[in-house]
Design a protein around this ligand. Structure first.
Ligand SMILES: NC(=O)c1ccc[n+]([C@@H]2O[C@H](COP(=O)([O-])OP(=O)(O)OC[C@H]3O[C@@H](n4cnc5c(N)ncnc54)[C@H](O)[C@@H]3O)[C@@H](O)[C@H]2O)c1
Length: 440
């Protein structure tokens, strides 16, 4: 794990590439160090606990409460906090009750995607600053409502796209933005992991201690299946958006970080379940084309044929007149020049164990912005635009045709700019009563 001074140096170095950011990191240290934020976690599973642990290790958060609809997850998480800090947080099953009673200053949202919007909107309305996981929403309209709620409540909302503060991603962006790969005409983003057909898993009774109705919440209530919870919801389209929504958003975010353009003008996707025979319903194969004014971007994933045949199996290739730049994860970044005599350039990543992430850097930026009132490096509006790219891919795949995006109005349009009613019907979805789709 890099030392704090190293992190600070990288954050400061990243200010130039992070647009409007002025990463005055020292402001969060010194006299304010004694301050402990009343911090609560909604969704105490794998990633939620990763964030909370980073917050506790940073030193200025007190875990006052945890909320989870699964008592088994909750008890394990609370015991973990107790072991770390010597105090056990209060435990809740309903996040609304927790917000009301605890009045936390900071809320971490680590629930499955279909809950992010309501959790975040209710938390900022209750006065909390929020660190919400990616993708910020399950449908595009939820994201629009989240941005509005954050602005109206004047709260800091940081999105968990921690690659924006990963040292190698930051230096890679400097490389690209500095023109060292020449003019970029195409970007190919991809996650090529194995998997294969799999086996169907039968539905069953929910385990004791799990409030399955509340887990499903605003999404359709389906019979419990242990492939869905914990962690498996990613491949069930009622609760998430498959590989493009889960992994794709990280790489959509890299594309939007690199380009000066705010959104693609048109999107076309095809996807299928060619191989999978299990009971998930997300595509095992998907390709998306995004047309921007100055370049073309592609997303590609498949859940079979996992091997090293293609050298890099996750990330983005930026294809420029000077060469091919691969922005990766555990493999850092690598630049392959067009000139065969020029040396290949490479930078190793600096990631934190156990899950090879850069959450501490993102948490530091979050606290800094709470204290200065500035917009964080992964502000909700930035996370929304990156999520929109993924969700437009899903929308086009479901419609079976291209969609044109008017990012100013956040609607789909036809070539003449007239609203596309069929596509726009998929920007939102029916919520299951008594939950209400967030209004804009
Ligand atoms: N930024 C990253 O790199 C990264 C990595 C992994 C996961 N994530 C994101 O984190 C989120 C959680 O993923 P995970 O793998 O930790 O899932 P998980 O299943 O391990 O944890 C989610 C928890 O939320 C609980 N939950 C569901 N509905 C709830 C509700 N209404 N109130 C309280 N708790 C509720 C579940 O019971 C579960 O314990 C996802 O959105 C995922 O995309 C981000």
């Amino acid at each position: 794990m890099p030392k704090k001074t190293t992190r600070r140096r990288f954050l400061a170095a990243g200010a130039a590439t992070a647009g409007s950011l002025a990463l005055a990191v020292p402001a969060v240290h010194g006299a304010e160090k004694a301050k402990k934020y009343r911090t609560a976690l909604i969704g105490s599973g794998w990633w939620g606990m990763n964030i909370l642990n980073c917050a506790l290790e940073e030193g200025r958060s007190q875990a006052v409460a945890l909320c989870d609809v699964d008592r088994n997850m909750l008890d394990k998480a609370a015991a973990g906090v107790n072991e770390k800090t010597g105090t056990e947080p209060k435990k809740y099953g309903d996040y609304r009750e927790m917000l009301e009673r605890e009045k936390p200053e900071i809320v971490i949202v680590g629930t499955p995607d279909h809950w992010h919007a309501l959790n975040t909107i209710d938390a900022v309305k209750a006065g909390a600053h929020v660190y919400v996981e990616k993708p910020i929403s399950h449908t595009i309209g939820e994201g629009t409502a989240m941005v509005k709620a954050a602005r109206e409540a004047d709260r800091v909302v940081q999105v968990g796209t921690h690659r924006r503060v990963s040292p190698h991603n930051m230096s890679g962006m400097e490389f690209l933005k500095g023109g060292k790969a020449g003019q970029i005409g195409m970007v190919r983003s991809f996650v090529l992991y194995g998997g294969g057909p799999g086996e169907p898993t039968p539905d069953s009774d929910p385990p004791p201690g799990l409030d399955w109705d509340l887990w499903c919440g605003p999404a359709p209530l389906r019979p419990f299946n242990r492939r869905v919870h914990p962690r498996g919801f990613r491949q069930f389209l009622d609760y998430a958006n498959g590989q493009l929504g889960d992994w794709g958003i990280h790489w959509m975010d890299q594309i939007l970080w690199w380009t000066e353009e705010k959104w693609p003008k048109s999107v076309h996707s095809v996807g299928a379940r060619h191989i999978r025979r299990d009971n998930t319903d997300a595509p095992d194969t998907q390709v998306v084309n995004f047309e921007f004014d100055s370049f073309t971007a592609v997303w590609e994933h498949r859940h079979f044929a996992g091997n090293n045949a293609e050298k890099h199996n996750v990330g983005c290739y930026f294809y420029g007149t000077g060469g091919t730049f691969h922005m990766g994860w555990r493999d850092g970044w690598t630049f392959y020049p067009v000139n065969p005599n020029a040396p290949i350039q490479h930078e190793e990543p600096q990631l934190h164990k156990p899950d090879d992430q850069n959450i501490p850097e993102l948490w530091a930026d979050f606290l800094r912005c709470i204290e200065t009132g500035e917009r964080p490096v992964c502000d909700i509006e930035i996370g929304h635009r990156s999520t929109v790219m993924s969700l437009l891919g899903m929308l086009s795949m479901k419609l079976g045709r291209s969609v044109h995006w008017d990012g100013d109005r956040e609607i789909c349009v036809d070539a003449a700019g007239t609203p596309d009613a069929e596509a726009n019907a998929l920007l939102t979805r029916e919520y299951r009563a008594p939950w209400k789709y967030p209004e804009v």
